[in-house]
Design a protein around this ligand. Structure first.
Ligand code: SAM
Length: 272
């Protein structure tokens, strides 16, 4: 007899379900949830991680987009008062709804790879609520998140995420741990929002602007790529060598450029 709760994985929702008990255990151990903590799981799917997260005694909210998975999750975990099921799109989810204490929320997810970058940015907008995040992502994305200046992986994602968080590439996971198996390797990353950014920018929006512009053409020198925002004197005044390429600059140097831009923008507004 066919199982009414049998679910066929959907590509458009980025569904690759974890089935390797060893990998599931290793992820749960890295998260190390405790009784009384507030957890948020994004994309619980059929509950591969959910079960162990709940077993810790923590209070768990989940956000799942696929309507067909809701009765499956409800049947498996609905009896547990510490479990709360939120149906919807995590990219549009209002985290204030969770009424979590500042720096309390522990966010977890084997994320759909197609939304992982915008989702991390959406979460960073709510970084004040978050204690830490553990995600399964495409390995290549984890390498970019954890990158250091000087290499090809260092770019907008590394800089903007490292501005807000300490990043740790924990371990890699091969395609065989999932059903269906993805075409790429995966990895687990831990992101811990800083209590205070180590290099605070006067205006983080200007940091976003400078970094975006700089990496638009990563092969060119900063003097060239930043032409529309800062002139050679501004770049020099920020203590940056304009003949370097963007990937050679560390976070602190990008913040100095962003501060220069913030001063300029403020000057232009007051001159007007
Ligand atoms: N956590 C499960 C596991 O490890 O087996 C499922 C992981 S699967 C890679 C990603 C899950 O995220 C799927 O259940 C999918 O339906 C869900 N999902 C996809 N897009 C979503 C979105 N925008 N918001 C919330 N959940 C989403």
């Amino acid at each position: 007899m066919s199982d009414p709760y049998q679910h066929r994985a959907r590509k458009r929702f980025g569904q690759n379900f974890l089935h390797d008990a060893g990998v599931i255990h290793r992820i749960l151990r890295a998260i190390h949830a405790r009784e009384g903590e507030r957890l948020l799981e994004i994309g619980p799917g059929q509950g591969a991680l959910t079960e162990g997260l709940l077993a810790s005694g923590a209070q768990l909210d989940v956000i799942e987009l696929d309507l067909d998975l809701i009765p499956i999750l409800q049947q498996r975990f609905g009896q547990e008062p510490r479990f709360r099921l939120n149906q919807g799109d995590a990219l549009k989810f209002d985290f204030a709804r969770l009424q979590a204490e500042p720096r309390s929320l522990r966010v977890v997810g084997n994320l759909p790879y197609n939304i992982s970058t915008p989702l991390i940015f959406h979460l960073l907008n709510n970084a004040g609520l978050i204690r830490d995040m553990h995600f399964m992502l495409q390995k290549e994305v984890v390498e970019r998140l954890a990158a250091e200046p000087g290499g090809g992986d260092w770019g907008r994602l590394s800089i903007m995420v490292q501005y807000h968080c300490a990043v740790e590439h924990l371990f890699n996971v091969g395609p065989g741990a999932f059903n269906p198996a993805p075409k790429v390797d995966s990895a687990i990353v831990r992101l811990v929002p800083h209590a205070q950014p180590p290099h605070p920018a006067k205006d983080p929006r200007q940091l976003e602007r400078v970094v975006r512009e700089a990496f638009n053409q990563r092969r060119k020198t900063l003097r060239n790529t930043l032409k529309g925002l800062l002139d050679a004197q501004d770049i020099e005044a920020a203590g940056v060598d304009g003949s370097l390429r963007p990937e050679q600059l560390d976070l602190a140097a990008f913040v100095r450029l962003a501060d220069r831009l913030a001063e300029r923008t403020a000057g232009q507004t007051s001159d007007a």
